[in-house]
Design a protein around this ligand. Structure first.
Ligand code: NAD
Length: 296
């Protein structure tokens, strides 16, 4: 176990004032999941899971900042759909692995919408290669986006939550959701950079949750299994690939982006108050060791 040399360098106890916070309200069905008036930012929201999460947050009442890296058209469509739902929404280009981009994106979000309540660190990519062929560039790109990108967005989120202070839109000061993967738990041959990034996301998420709980900032993770998105087209595009994939999925179907989006809405809502540091596996049972069925 690592210890800081100087115990005074440990995280300060929160000021007493931050401990006097709203208490959970009575549980009515509407209130449990409503995000009305809250502002969310979703990274990598021009496609796949991020797109579905942005739209689901919007359907639940949140205004949404739609981050994209290069697909301005995809992001534009998401913004149009959010406007059609009656939400405020903007698309903001930022490479989440670049500090200046992330800072500028959060500044834009706050200048446009006043603050943020929900940040979903979703952007991610793969650069696959057998270990001995993996270039440093492939390694650094994946760690930069998938892990450093989550750190940069989460740090900016915490700074904004604390600047704003409590308001009456949520009982938490803020909510952060880290998009991880079943590969935070399952080793993945040929994807050392990706598995390392998601393993890192797991302990980043848990450490942030531990550090920020006293300030009523909830930090949770979602670990999707095989979800039908552009990142893993090869795994579901052909019948043979789908059949091979299904051997790994006890629930017997591929996941859809909306399966993940529903989990994100719940984690972001006050219905999940008192849930922090958790990873919600949305994987059709992929992490249940299906290879043991009938064999153990
Ligand atoms: P996707 O490729 O559709 O989405 C990834 C998004 O991240 C894209 O919109 C992409 O433009 C964006 N992005 C990439 N680099 C970026 C950067 N530097 N800055 C900002 N945005 C950037 O794939 P997806 O499946 O929707 O992936 C979303 C998240 O879900 C990723 O973190 C991925 O690791 C995770 N995930 C996906 C699956 C799955 O089966 N699809 C499974 C487990 C985890």
């Amino acid at each position: 176990m690592d210890h800081a040399a100087d115990p005074s360098a440990a995280v300060d106890a929160p000021p007493a004032s931050t401990l006097i916070t709203p208490q959970p309200r009575p549980l009515t069905p509407e209130w449990l999941t409503t995000l009305a008036g809250q502002v969310a930012l979703v990274s990598g929201a021009s496609s796949g899971i991020g797109r579905a999460v942005a739209l689901a947050l919007g359907r639940s009442g949140a205004d949404v900042v739609v981050n994209f890296a290069s697909d301005s058209q995809g992001a534009g469509h998401v913004v149009t759909e959010l406007h059609a739902l009656g939400r405020r929404a903007i698309a903001v280009q930022a490479d989440v692995s670049r500090e200046a981009d992330v800072e500028a994106m959060f500044a834009r979000a706050v200048s446009e919408f006043g603050t943020l309540h929900i940040v979903v660190c979703n952007a991610g990519l793969q650069r696959d290669a057998p270990l001995e062929q993996m270039t440093l560039e492939q390694w650094n790109t994946v760690i930069g986006v998938n892990l450093t990108g989550q750190f940069l967005c989460a740090r900016a989120a915490v700074r904004e939550f604390k600047r704003r202070g409590f308001d009456d839109r949520s009982v938490a000061l803020g909510k952060i959701i880290c998009m991880s993967s079943v590969h935070q738990r399952i080793p993945w041959a040929g994807h050392a950079n990706y598995a390392a990034s998601k393993g890192g996301v797991m302990l980043l998420m848990q450490t942030m949750a531990q550090e920020l709980a006293a300030q009523r900032i909830r930090v949770n993770g979602i670990a999707p299994g095989a979800i039908r998105t552009p990142i893993n087209t090869a795994a579901w595009h052909t019948r043979q690939a789908r059949d091979e994939l299904m051997a790994l999925v006890p629930y017997g179907r591929i996941g859809e982006p909306d399966d993940v989006a529903r989990a994100a809405v719940w984690l972001a809502s006050d219905a999940a108050d008192y849930v922090t540091g958790a990873t919600l596996f949305v994987d059709g049972g992929m992490t249940l060791y299906p290879g043991f069925v009938g064999r153990g």
